[in-house]
Design a protein around this ligand. Sequence first.
Ligand code: XMP
Length: 326
Amino acid sequence: TWTMVNIVDEAVEDIRAQVGSKQIVCGLSGGVDSSVAAALVQRAVGDQLTCVFVDHGLLREGEAEQVERDFVAATGVDLHVVDAQERFLSALKGVEDPEEKRKIIGREFIRVFEDAAREIVAKAGAEGDEVEFLVQGTLYPDVVESGGGEGAANIKSHHNVGGLPDDLQFTLVEPLRWLFKDEVRAVGEQLGIPADIVWRHPFPGPGLAIRIIGSVDRERLEVLRRADAIARAELTEAGLDRHVWQFPVVLLANVHSVGVQGDERTYGHPVVLRPVSSEDAMTADWSRLPFELLERISTRITNEVREVNRVVLDVTSKPPATIEWE
Ligand code: XMP
């Protein structure tokens, strides 16, 4: 029978057969897929694996620690952390256009990852080992979407990873390519990855940068991070994490709203709560969260995050709206 133990054992066998005694690199994002893929490779060929985590400073509260501390503790991977916060902030300075933000983040990410991979390749080379493989957390639905069948996906991915330069050619190892998301989560649990990571809601690669309407800077990120942490903590406290597909919190940094606190008139910013229900993010419906929960989130955000004086709820489905605001 096809059990989780079988899936793990079989994936481990396949990875060993493919990688042999060569070195292998994996980029971690903090998301479910890259975490589970890395953990499988770690189980298969642990001392040949080096993971890279690029901290672009656009993650939510606690997420970098989840990778650097909890994931490492649970799996024992050799982690190479690149603190690239300054670099991303200065590249994003003054940029308001959402697609421009995405382009900049994608470009910087590739550059930082390239540098890190080059270092790892050089170090391994000096020790007489070659780095030939790169782990990718591709799932079955991605494989089907990118042209269907093994052959097509192989042509697309083999020796051709996301625009890496010629001197950094890797063959991909894709241990999740036969799995659906729920199976990936089950494998993650089987491998002892912390529940916070295994059950994490989808989070976009460009992170909080596309949840700040307007330009991104350190202060705005901090405001959004605090508001977002409150919303997530209250959702968890209410036991509703798994009832919601995603729960973006969006800072309208370009909008000022008038408020009153004590005797003071304030001129702050609104945040938008965007909880949605969905199967696959292609369509979505706004989640009917309990009023008491919404009230707690609103009260706490406006009490605890001085810069925010208004909390609004997005009651639009997708279509016509998208899940994210940018
Ligand atoms: P939308 O906003 O288009 O989002 O309804 C659909 C899903 O995609 C995620 N999303 C992104 N993920 N990079 C990503 O990795 C992006 O630039 C990006 N934009 C949107 C979004 O969070 C939702 O899950």
